[in-house]
Write a protein that binds this ligand. Structure first.
Ligand code: P70
Length: 462
C-alpha cells in the first residue's frame, strides 16, 4: 500500500440522530422551482435534497446542548439561563452588558435606533442586507470602507474583510467625526465571500477611531470563524487559542450585534452586547418594547442555555478545523473542476462567481438568481443568490444597485452534512457548468419594496 502522506481533518463528533431527506426527480424540481417563482427562498424545505441556502439556524446541536434544553428556566423574569449566557459572554467576549434578542436583526434594530441620528453616516466593511436596512430605517447613510480587493472575486488577498483606512479618513473629513455614528465592523464578511479582517487592521482601525472618538460596533455573527482565520493566516497568532484571539478582537470594540444562529450552533437567538452603561440602559428601554424583557429578549430560557453551551463548543479548535475543513474541501473540488469561485475560500460558504459562470446573461437579468434555480433543477441542492437581487435599489434614484459581486452562495450548515454530500454537490455544479450555455436569464415579476430577495418572484426569459 502506498504511504499516506496526508493527515486529514475529521469531524470531532459522531452521529447519534439522523433526519431522512427526500429524493426527487428533475421533472418534479423543475415544477417546484417554477412554482416558487425561481426564488430558492420560496421552495418548501421538504422538496430540497441538500440544503445549502444558509448556515443560519441550521446547525446540528450537540447532546450537551440538547441536555441544556431540558434545563430551560422559563420564568418571565430572571431566568437562570440568562445568567449562564451572560457569564459565557463575559468569559469569551468580555462585554459588560448582555441584551438578548430573538436573532441578529433584533439587535441591529435596537443598536441603530439608539446610536444613529438622521443624516449620520455609518461606515462599514461592506454591507449586510439587514444591517444596512436598519441603519437606513434609523435615517443613517451607509458608506462602504472595505478594501478594494474585497470587490474582486479573483484577488487572493488573505484579509479581504479589512477596512481601508484611507476610505475611512476621507469619510471623516467629508462628514466630520461627529456625524459618524459608529463603525459597523463585520467579522468574516458575508457579502464578500466570508472573508476575515486581520488583527493588525483592527488595531489600526482602533487607533484611528480612538483619535476621532468614534465607537466600533462589531457584527460578531461569524467572529469565531474570523478568529480561526487569524490563528491560521496571520503572523504571530498561530500559538494563541481561538478564545484568546476572540477576546483580543472584542477588546478593540465597544459592543457587538450577534446572530447566534451561526457561530453559536443554535437554531434561534442573538444579542446586543455593550460596554457603555448609558447606552445599555437605552437599549433595554427599547428591548422591552420590541423584543421582550431584559432577561429573555424574545428567546426561550432553553434556547439561551443552548446558546451558552454552543459558545463553549464553537471556540474549540477541533470544531473549527473540521467546520472550515469541510468548506475548503468543497471549494477545492470546484477549483479542480475549473468552476469560477470567490477566492480565497471563506469559512462558511463557497461563492460561485455568476458573472463568470454565465457571461451571456446581463446583470439585470439576474444571473445569480438564474444559476441558483438551475442548480436546484439539476440536483435539489438549494443555494442562495447574493448579487443584484440582494443588493436592492438605491432609495434616492430608485435604480438597482449593480454590485460588482454577482454570487451564488453554497452555505454549509455546521455539523450537518457529510463529505459525500459535498461530493454530490460538486458533481451537480460540474454538470450545470457543462450545460451553462443553455441557462436563460430571468424577469422579475413581483418585487417587494425592501429586502426584496426574500420574496421576489421571477419568470424564465425565453
Ligand atoms: C445568512 C443569514 C444573517 C446575518 C448575517 C450577518 C453578517 C447579521 C445577520 C442577521 C440570514 C439571512 C439574512 C438576510 C438575508 C439572507 C439571509 N445572515 N449579520 O444566511 O442575523 O438572520 O439572525 O437576523 O450573516 O447569511 P439574523
Amino acid at each position: 500500500m502506498a504511504k499516506l502522506k496526508k493527515r486529514s481533518w475529521a469531524e470531532p463528533f459522531k452521529i447519534k440522530v439522523v433526519e431522512p431527506i427526500k429524493m426527487t426527480t428533475q421533472e418534479f424540481r423543475e415544477k417546484a422551482i417554477e412554482e416558487a417563482g425561481y426564488n430558492t427562498f420560496l421552495l418548501r424545505s421538504e422538496d430540497v435534497y441538500i440544503d445549502l441556502l444558509t448556515d443560519s439556524g441550521t446547525s446540528a446541536m450537540s447532546d450537551y446542548q440538547w441536555a441544556g434544553m431540558m434545563m430551560g428556566d422559563e420564568a418571565y423574569a430572571g431566568s437562570k439561563n440568562f445568567y449562564h449566557l451572560e457569564a459565557a459572554i463575559h468569559k469569551y467576549y468580555g462585554y459588560k452588558h448582555l441584551i438578548p434578542t430573538h436573532q441578529g436583526r433584533g439587535a441591529e434594530h435596537i443598536l441603530s435606533q439608539i446610536m444613529i441620528k438622521p443624516g449620520d453616516v455609518i461606515p462599514g466593511n461592506m454591507y449586510f442586507t439587514t444591517t444596512r436596512h436598519h441603519q437606513e430605517l434609523a435615517g443613517g447613510i451607509f458608506a462602504d470602507i472595505i478594501v478594494d480587493e474585497a470587490h474582486d472575486p479573483e484577488s487572493t488577498y488573505k484579509f479581504k474583510g479589512n477596512v481601508d483606512l484611507n476610505k475611512l479618513s476621507n469619510i471623516i473629513k467629508e462628514y466630520g467625526a461627529e456625524k459618524v455614528s459608529y463603525i459597523s465592523l463585520e467579522g468574516n464578511v458575508n457579502m464578500a465571500g466570508g472573508q476575515p479582517f486581520s488583527m493588525k487592521n483592527l488595531k489600526e482601525l482602533y487607533e484611528l477611531c480612538s483619535k476621532n472618538n468614534i465607537p466600533i460596533m462589531l457584527d460578531a455573527t461569524r467572529i469565531i470563524e474570523n478568529s480561526y482565520f487569524i490563528k491560521t493566516r496571520e503572523e504571530g497568532y498561530a500559538d494563541l487559542s481561538i478564545e484568546e484571539i476572540l477576546m483580543e478582537i472584542c477588546s478593540y470594540t465597544d459592543g457587538a450585534t450577534m446572530s447566534s444562529k451561526k457561530d453559536h450552533l443554535v437554531n434561534i437567538g442573538g444579542f446586543l452586547a455593550l460596554n457603555d452603561d448609558h447606552l445599555a440602559q437605552k437599549a433595554r428601554e427599547l428591548l422591552v418594547v420590541f423584543e421582550g424583557l431584559q432577561t429573555y429578549g424574545g428567546i426561550a430560557g432553553r434556547d439561551m442555555e443552548a446558546m451558552a453551551r454552543g459558545i463553549e463548543e464553537a471556540v474549540q479548535y477541533d470544531h473549527m478545523k473540521a467546520r472550515i475543513g469541510q468548506v475548503e474541501y468543497l471549494g477545492e473540488k470546484l477549483l479542480e473542476i475549473g468552476v469560477p469561485i470567490v477566492k480565497p475560500i471563506g469559512s462558511h460558504a463557497i461563492y460561485l462567481d455568476a458573472k463568470k459562470f454565465l457571461p451571456h446573461i446581463p446583470q439585470d437579468q439576474y444571473p445569480a438568481q438564474a444559476l441558483a434555480a438551475a442548480i436546484y433543477e439539476d440536483s435539489g441542492v438549494r443555494t442562495m443568490e447574493r448579487g443584484i437581487v440582494s443588493a436592492g435599489r438605491d432609495k434616492k434614484t430608485g435604480n438597482h444597485y449593480f454590485p460588482k459581486l454577482e454570487l451564488v452562495r453554497l452555505t454549509i450548515p455546521r455539523r450537518v452534512y457529510t463529505q459525500a454530500h459535498m461530493d454530490v454537490t460538486a458533481e451537480s455544479i460540474e454538470a450545470v457548468f457543462e450545460n451553462r450555455d443553455s441557462i436563460k436569464g430571468l424577469k422579475m415579476v413581483y418585487e417587494p419594496e425592501s429586502l426584496r430577495f426574500f420574496q421576489a418572484r421571477f419568470e424564465k426569459l425565453t
